[in-house]
Design a protein around this ligand. Structure first.
Ligand SMILES: C[S@@+](CC[C@H](N)C(=O)[O-])C[C@H]1O[C@@H](n2cnc3c(N)ncnc32)[C@H](O)[C@@H]1O
Length: 244
């Protein structure tokens, strides 16, 4: 049996009581912590509460499905930051279980895909999400711009995820804004109303921040997202007007 359990957006102790109960009864508990940054300070107390060790795993061990080795005989839990099936690749684990006749259950949790509604923009009016990765020497993709343009053409908002590998290595909001502005300039397409572009950082935490990128004058801590608004209705306009 495999349980995929979402930790929720930021604090490990936001876990629902049912998840804690499942972790207590499980034979093996793993946690991947590469698809998002969350506050891990509750890891020790959580291990104490559930009476077992939580094995931290990276991308390779998650993708090579080695955690499923005993899942036909044992109960295995995988903790995933945010919601386990939102912007993560964990559907492949469920498919692998289906092929081997291993039962699966998902415990859903709060996610950036719903929390972004805190900006006041309607979730019903978002188009495809795009991601901006950390650029490397031979890796400087700009396809996220086409995603933003396609959404704007239809009047949709765009959630822009900014890669965060650690507290020190992440795409910051100003870098992302500069990147998008440079691509706009290079393509000769002035399509974004920069006065309304928003940042959202550490949503769901006590230090969450939402504001306009043009007025950003502090260093934001990751994880960070941007929102490029499309066509606004009256309530959305009022919500944006209410942001200082
Ligand atoms: C690959 S996604 C994983 C999403 C996660 N599974 C979920 O359901 O929230 C990670 C990206 O989402 C965004 N993100 C996640 N948590 C966030 C938060 N609390 N505040 C702002 N952005 C967040 C950041 O851009 C981060 O790099």
């Amino acid at each position: 049996m495999l349980y995929l359990i979402g930790t929720g957006l930021f604090y490990l102790n936001d876990l629902p009581l049912r998840a804690v109960d499942l972790l207590s009864k499980a034979d093996e508990v793993f946690m991947e912590n590469y698809t998002n940054l969350i506050d891990m300070s509750f890891l020790g107390p959580l291990e104490k509460t559930i009476g077992k060790k939580i094995t931290l795993i990276g991308r390779e061990e998650t993708e090579n499905e080695s955690i499923l080795a005993d899942a036909d005989k044992k109960t295995v839990c995988l903790l995933v930051p945010g919601d386990p099936l939102a912007a993560t690749t964990h559907m492949s684990l469920i498919l692998a279980c289906r092929k081997s006749g291993i039962k699966t259950r998902v415990v859903h949790a709060s996610s950036i895909f719903s929390a972004i509604a805190e900006t006041g923009l309607s979730l019903y009016k978002f188009g495809a999400t795009v991601s901006i990765p950390l650029y490397e020497k031979n890796f400087t993709p700009d396809s996220f711009f086409d995603g933003i343009k396609n959404n704007l053409d239809k009047g949709f908002h765009t959630l822009v995820l900014l890669e965060a590998r650690s507290e020190k290595e992440f795409v910051d909001a100003n870098t992302a804004v500069e990147l998008i502005k440079n691509i706009e300039k290079r393509k000769g397409l002035r399509i974004i109303d920069w006065r309304n572009v928003l940042y959202a950082s550490r949503l769901g935490s006590d230090e969450s921040k939402i504001g306009f990128t043009e007025k950003l004058d502090v260093d934001l801590k990751p994880p960070i997202s941007l929102v490029i608004p499309g066509r606004l209705n009256e309530i959305e306009k009022e919500a944006l007007d209410s942001i200082n």
